[in-house]
Design a protein around this ligand. Structure first.
Ligand SMILES: [Zn+2]
Length: 127
């Protein structure tokens, strides 16, 4: 498939499915196997392949992007409290798996890598 210069301007620039950064050089990107999402070079360097698959799937199903709320300076404890409160005030019971995904999604929105999130969670649970 090829695009003429004229039709190309009608397409949005390709964005990284993890950080939403514009991708200009397609030769350095990674494409996830499951969702066929495109991931930029910086994210490829920051995350393992397993993390990339996991993160892009979470953003695909839950929306948002990595570091969207990074400036809010939330700690893992804040994130856990916020999600638990949301669920307590919500209308339905949720499964533990769903809770885990919600927590990880929120942590990713705040710019925590899965590694940092898991470490933070362990510290929080040990206190
Ligand atoms: Zn990226």
């Amino acid at each position: 498939m090829s695009f003429s210069e004229n039709s190309r301007k009608n397409f949005e620039p390709i964005k990284c499915s993890i950080c939403r950064g514009n991708i200009n050089d397609m030769s350095t990107v990674y494409q996830t196997s499951f969702s066929l999402s495109i991931v930029c070079r910086e994210c490829c360097e920051k995350f393992s392949k397993e993390d990339i698959e996991l993160i892009s799937n979470i953003f695909l199903s839950h929306g948002g992007y990595f570091g969207e709320h990074e400036d809010s300076m939330a700690s893992i404890e804040d994130i856990v409290r916020k999600i638990i409160k949301k669920i307590e005030n919500g209308p339905k019971k949720i499964e533990l798996n769903e809770l885990n995904v919600k927590l990880l999604h929120e942590a990713l929105l705040h710019g925590f890598t899965p590694k940092r999130y898991i470490k933070g969670l362990q510290n929080y649970l040990e206190e």
